[in-house]
Design a protein around this ligand. Sequence first.
Ligand code: CP
Length: 338
Amino acid sequence: MKFVGEHILSVSQFARSDIDRLFAVAEKMIPYANRKKVTRVLEGAILGNMFFEASTRTRVSFGCAWNLLGGEVRETTEIKASSLSKGESFYDTARVLSGYSDIIVMRHGQEGSVGEFAGASRVPVINAGDGANEHPSQALLDLYTIRQEMLGRRKKVDGLRIALIGDLRFGRAVHSLCELLSLYENIQFTLISPKDLSLPEKYLTLIKERGHQIEESEDLHAGIAKSDIIYMTRTQEERFASQDEANKYRGLLRLNQSIYTEFCEPNTVIMHPLPRDSRGEAQELDEDLNENPNLAIFRQTDNGVVVRMALFALILDVAEQIEVSSRDVNWYTERRFN
Ligand code: CP
């Protein structure tokens, strides 16, 4: 792909060479994300950050990534705060908002909505999650994290053994991650979910066609035993017909420190796209894992900033100009819990 001026709607747009290029730019962004340097390369540019569905880290990290490149952010955070609630179409909304922005990031609960919006937009649009379909930037930051964690263990993404656990039916982050991982060689996927929440057929077919191994199971303990990565997910309650239906799956698949110690190989990496559900009996990823050094969830969220900076820099064609306006920062920059 050329990146410049393109919409990012699906991970199917990416080849391995595109991912390598993106990650090379992301690595150049680390001093800026870590507040060691500032750049003003996007000074004067405006991001339309349009979130018509709840979000914490995707919305804020896209906004931070843009600010760290020197740009300004304009945000809409709910359907009821936009004229979509008055019956305005995606077409009209896109035509209007793309007149105010240099790029738009959009999340919406309806599958295909971001693609429809992009079709009418005059500027590039990045899909920040469209219903149960895809979440491309999450999968890219997850893959960046996997690559980093594997490097630290002298392993590669090729040959990875990954257990994907939880709501694989509605989990858009999992859908996009499976497809991205299938670009690599000899991945062993262990898919652990209740039968009704299993990975959609189209992803199973794609993974098989690309020559990877799949094992499906409902048994968490057996499934996590031979994995490099455990990727937990939340039951996507908002996609179910009723709360009662979603409640059937609450607490069925939970990872905590004692299960990890008993069943996992040493140094198995624990990931989750977040948010994790920490209410009552849900606890798919128990807080007693918080001090486990193999818990990579906050490395994932930090990596979201550099990967999203790299997407912006490549789409707006400033990746080679970052250092032109770069300078060291002059405020206190140390962080706890690095
Ligand atoms: N991972 C993710 O999409 O989180 P948010 O819903 O908080 O953006």
